[in-house]
Design a protein around this ligand. Structure first.
Ligand SMILES: CC(C)(COP(=O)(O)OP(=O)(O)OC[C@H]1O[C@@H](n2cnc3c(N)ncnc32)[C@H](O)[C@@H]1OP(=O)(O)O)[C@@H](O)C(=O)NCCC(=O)NCCS
Length: 114
């Protein structure tokens, strides 16, 4: 919503990988970044870390990619601002997200026309 400055709905959550357990009492930290903006959709990457509060040890426990669509008051998709990657990391995330998006579209099309 901060990128689109509009209401956004969740349209898809990609595979969620559980790399390590999160223990009771761990502090859970979620970091997220806008990877890619299409015409009306935005892919956000989420990285989850667990911090042991007395030792300070931090572990990367989960990651996921979430796609949101900006919508108007009638729930119809509306255009979002272009995302201009600036750093090398931004460009790497953008390119990877673009490849995932192509794969999703192909899967969607295959699902609609088996
Ligand atoms: C989100 C929604 C408005 C999209 O409607 P739609 O008819 O699929 O719209 P479009 O086909 O025009 O697609 C809109 C965008 O969504 C993307 N999209 C559609 N289905 C997708 C999917 N399964 N995964 C990723 N992106 C998807 C399209 O690629 C398109 O992106 P772009 O404009 O950047 O190219 C509609 O699916 C909806 O209302 N879903 C319910 C959302 C909801 O209730 N979420 C709450 C979950 S708790």
């Amino acid at each position: 919503m901060r990128h689109a400055r509009a209401t956004c709905v969740t349209v898809s959550i990609d595979r969620v990988d559980f790399r390590e357990p999160i223990h009771i009492g761990d502090l859970v930290i979620m970091k997220s970044v806008v990877n890619y903006a299409g015409r009306t959709s935005i892919e956000v990457g989420v990285r989850v870390e667990a911090e042991h509060l007395t030792t300070g040890e931090r572990r990367h426990t989960n990651s996921a990619y979430v796609t949101f669509v900006a919508v108007d008051r009638n729930g119809r998709p509306i255009e979002v601002p272009e995302l201009v990657p600036e750093s090398d990391d931004d460009r790497r995330r953008f390119a990877a997200a673009e490849a995932r998006r192509k794969r999703r579209v192909a899967e969607e099309t295959a699902g609609r026309h088996p």
